[in-house]
Design a protein around this ligand. Structure first.
Ligand SMILES: Nc1nc2c(c(=O)[nH]1)N[C@H]1C(S)=C(S)[C@@H](COP(=O)(O)O)O[C@H]1N2
Ligand SMILES: [Mo]
Length: 261
């Protein structure tokens, strides 16, 4: 009987142990499911770390490029090349960087390009001029106070500094059969003048009979230069042909090219 008792107790004990064990294993099953999530977090963290490592190593190599290449254009070339052929390890980090870096490079390239004033068409000496080239045209530089009238009747006096447009076209060796001059802006706005209109050096200010003005390409307005980052810093300014002439809409901001036809 005693043995039976012990056996029963043993059986009960074993039952309790096995029950509590199975309960435990169920719990650990449940807790394993989120563990998979944790594991994937770990993978993601590892990836981030790798990305960071690659980023810093890339920054370092870019810094090196900057140190070695003092010429900005050459630095850009090196950077572009590294974009064209990313190594296998770089490919994933590139995806993240692309939207941030590439537009920046593009903008820089565009700003470099648009700030060149082109003079083309019926000219024997087509010109591509930077702002500094215009500023160096000592004898063609003109500063004056221009009166403006716009379509709503608003009037104003504005000081401009720039180069004489007719002088500029002579530098470009405008041909003898040229008849028209188109001033074209980067936003598509354009004005067309006859060669005779561009030749005139006696545009008026209806409020001041002493004033005689040429057509000019200005880079400075009321003592302030145009911001080169907001477009080509060249603006066509013309006075009035006669009293009442609505001249302000004829002004062309952000000139891209001058086409002689
Ligand atoms: N590139 C460009 N130039 C432009 C225009 C334009 O839309 N684009 N508007 C014209 C008009 S309608 C006017 S009244 C004058 C305004 O000159 P402001 O910019 O000096 O005020 O710019 C002229 N030049
Ligand atoms: Mo206007």
């Amino acid at each position: 009987m005693k043995r039976f008792k012990y056996l029963n107790l043993l059986l009960i004990f074993l039952l309790i142990v096995s029950l509590s064990l199975s309960a435990c294993s169920k719990k650990s099953d449940e807790s394993e499911t989120p563990a998979i999530g944790e594991e994937s977090n770990e993978i993601a963290e590892v990836d981030d770390e790798e990305v960071l490592k690659e980023d810093t190593s890339e920054e370092e190599s870019e810094k090196k490029d900057e140190v070695v290449e003092t010429d900005e254009e050459e630095v850009e070339e090196v950077e572009e090349k590294s974009h064209d052929s990313p190594t296998e390890g770089e490919k994933e980090t590139k995806k993240e960087e692309t939207p941030e870096e590439e537009p920046e490079l593009k903008e820089e390239a565009e700003i470099e390009g648009v700030n060149i004033l082109k003079i083309e068409g019926k000219v024997d000496n087509p010109l591509s001029l930077k702002l500094d080239d215009l500023k160096a045209m000592g004898d063609l530089i003109f500063e004056g106070n221009f009166y403006s009238l716009n379509n709503f009747g608003t009037t104003q006096h504005t000081k401009f500094k720039g180069v004489n447009l007719w002088g500029l076209l002579q530098k470009a060796q405008i041909t003898s059969d040229a008849a028209k001059v188109r001033i074209v802006a980067t936003d598509g706005y354009e004005m067309e003048f006859t060669v005779d209109e561009v030749k005139r050096q006696d545009y008026i200010d209806e409020t001041d009979p002493n004033v005689k003005l040429p057509m000019i390409i200005a880079w400075e307005e009321n003592g302030v230069e145009y911001d080169s980052e907001e477009g080509p810093p060249y603006k066509l300014i013309i006075g009035q042909k006669e009293p009442g002439d609505v001249n302000k809409p004829q002004w062309v901001s952000n000139i891209d090219r001058i086409i002689v036809e």
